[in-house]
Design a protein around this ligand. Sequence first.
Ligand SMILES: Cc1cc2nc3c(=O)[nH]c(=O)nc-3n(C[C@H](O)[C@H](O)[C@H](O)COP(=O)(O)OP(=O)(O)OC[C@H]3O[C@@H](n4cnc5c(N)ncnc54)[C@H](O)[C@@H]3O)c2cc1C
Length: 459
Amino acid sequence: MTRNKLRLAIVGAGPAGIYAADILLKAERNFDVSIDLFDHLPAPYGLVRYGVAPDHPRIKGIITALREVLDRGDIRIFGNVRFGEDISLDDLKRHYNAVIFATGAVHDSSLNIPGVGLEGSYGAADFVSWFDGHPDVPRTWPLEAESIAVIGNGNVALDVARMLAKHVEDLMVTEIPDNVAAGLGESPVTDVHVFGRRGPTSVKFTPLELRELGELRDVDMILADEDFDYDDAARAAVAGNKQVFVIDKVLQQWRQREVGEASRRLHLHFFAKPLEIVDDGSGRVSAIRYERTRSDGAGGVVGTGEIREIPIQAVYRAVGYFGSPLPGVPFDERLGVIPNHEGQVLLRDPDTGESRQMYGVYATGWIKRGPVGLIGHTKSDAMETIKHVINDLGNWWTPEWPSEESVLEMLDARGIAYTDLDGWHRLDQHERSLGEAEGRVRIKVVPRDDMVQVSRGEA
Ligand SMILES: Cc1cc2nc3c(=O)[nH]c(=O)nc-3n(C[C@H](O)[C@H](O)[C@H](O)COP(=O)(O)OP(=O)(O)OC[C@H]3O[C@@H](n4cnc5c(N)ncnc54)[C@H](O)[C@@H]3O)c2cc1C
C-alpha cells in the first residue's frame, strides 16, 4: 500500500506525547505528517505541570522546551477532551491512520496492609495532585496531623515529605495556588517519619532530591545509628556505585549534625517494614506499626520479628503510581500498562493466549513501560515507538474522514469545549500575570471551568 500522509492522533499531552510528536516530525520519512494531540486536561504537559513539585523550578523548566515544540505550530492540540468519554477508539479510526496512547499513570499503586482505608490515610498521588493544583481534586486538604508517616523510599516519598515539612513561607516564591498556600499555612505538623523497608544503601532516592531534604529551614534531620551498621553487601554497594556513594555521604553528614533547635523534624526510618496502620477505635489513624528488618546479605531484607509502633495521625502512601485502562485498548491489570512490543500495542487472543499486534495502535511513556524513570526517559521511549509507526506504514488504518476539518466538526457537533494552543497561551499569560501581581513567576488557575473559560477567551 502506498501512502503519502499520516494523520496521527496522540492521546496524552505529557512529555511522552509531545516528544513522540516532535520526534516523528523531525524523523526521516517518505510521507507527510499531520498530528493532533488530545488531553483531558485543559492545559498540556501532564505530570510536569501536575506531578513535579512546585519547588522544583529547574524541572518545571522542561516545560519551556516542550512549549517550544508546540509553539512551532505544526502540532494541533485539543485540551479538555477525554479519550473514553468525549472520543472513542472508533472515532479515531474514522479520522486517523494511527493513534499513540501516551496517557501516563496518575493513580497510586495499592498497598495491602490493614488500615489503608482509615480516615487520615492518603495516597501520595492525591496529595501531589492537590498541591500541584490539579483541577479534578478537591480544593481543600485535611492537614490536621502533628505527626505524619510517609511510606516509601523513592523520589515521590521525598517530594511528599518535603512538602509536608517545609514552612509555607519558603514556598511562596513558587507557583503554588492560593488554596494550597492557605492549607499548608494551617498545618500543625511537627514530625514527618519516612519509612523504607530496606537499608540506606538500597533506597530509590536520587542524590540531588535527597540532599534537598536536608536544606529545609528549621527542620532537623533525624537518623538512627542502628540503621548504619553496614554489612559487607552494603559496604560493597557504597564502594562500587557512585549514586549509593553520594547518598551515603549525604546521610552520614546529616548524622553529624546538631539537632534539637528546629520546630519541625524529619525522621528517616530504614529497615522498617510497615505492617499496619492502627485504628484509634473510631476509624481514624492513630499509629503505624512496623517490623524491623535486617539485610539478608544478598541485597534484600528479611523480617526480624521485632515489632515497633509510632503514634501518628496521618499516613501518606508513596509506593508508586499505576496506569489506568482505556476503553477499547488492551490493558495489563498486573503491571498497569498497555501491553506492547517496543510501543506496538499487543492484543491477546483469549482462546489461544497468543498475542498479536493491534494495527494502528501504539503506546509510549509511562503507560507503555510503567511509572518509573525521569522525564528524559520518555524521549528514548518515544524514539522506539516512532520507529515502528514509520515502519508499519503498510498496516495503518484507512480512515473514512481523514481531513483536519472533520475532527473539528466532530468535536463541535458533540459540544465539546476544547482548548487549543492559542488557548494555552492565553491561560499561561493569565497565570503569569496573576503571579506578577504578587512578585511570583506564576499562580496556577485551579478550577477546570475557569481554566477552560480563560483559555477560550470567555472569562
Ligand atoms: C510526584 C512526581 C514527581 C516527579 N518529579 C520528577 C522530577 O523531578 N524530574 C523528572 O525528570 N521526572 C519526575 N517525575 C516523572 C515524570 O513526571 C514522568 O517521567 C513523566 O511525566 C511521564 O510522562 P508521560 O507523558 O508518560 O505521562 P504524564 O506526564 O502523566 O502525561 C500523560 C498525559 O495523558 C493525559 N491523559 C491521561 N488519560 C487521558 C485520557 N483518557 N484522555 C486524554 N488524555 C489523557 C493526562 O492528562 C496527561 O496530561 C515525577 C513524577 C511524579 C509522579
